[in-house]
Design a protein around this ligand. Structure first.
Ligand SMILES: [Zn+2]
Ligand SMILES: [Zn+2]
Length: 132
């Protein structure tokens, strides 16, 4: 299984589907992804193999932590991200994996800024802000 940017320059080899898929409706994830919410599949970093050149962007989070996104300098797609809260984990952009059979989110966070038409169905934990 593999995640890649639009142009294919930046790739991440994955061991398979992740059971830890998180949908985030925060404003920063909306701007980062260009979508109404961001969805990341989390993996321990040592299970992943990154190839290609990634550019990093780091920002502060509303909870006072740091969040780093890595994107392709050619086409601009975010391929993966990391939070200082869980530095050994990497969140791979579910859209970059582009496999419709992937598991649905198990957590939905920052729902206080969720678009009014969005619902996250199924067995999912809902949080108004970040996970507590
Ligand atoms: Zn690219
Ligand atoms: Zn977010």
């Amino acid at each position: 299984m593999r995640a890649q940017c639009q142009c294919g320059q930046l790739t991440v080899e994955l061991p398979g589907p992740s059971p830890a898929v998180v949908a985030c409706h925060c404003i920063a994830c909306q701007r980062r992804s260009g979508s109404p919410f961001g969805v990341l599949a989390y993996y321990p970093e040592d299970l992943l193999t990154v190839a290609g050149e990634g550019k990093r962007f780091e920002r502060a989070t509303d909870e006072g932590s740091r969040f780093e996104t890595v994107f392709c300098p050619e086409c601009g797609s975010t391929v993966y991200a990391r939070t200082a809260k869980h530095p050994s984990m990497i969140g791979v952009a579910v859209g970059a994996i582009a496999d419709p059979a992937l598991p649905a989110p198990v957590r939905s966070v920052w729902e206080e800024s969720m678009h009014h038409w969005v619902t996250v169905p199924g067995e999912v934990q809902h949080f108004a802000k970040g996970r507590v």
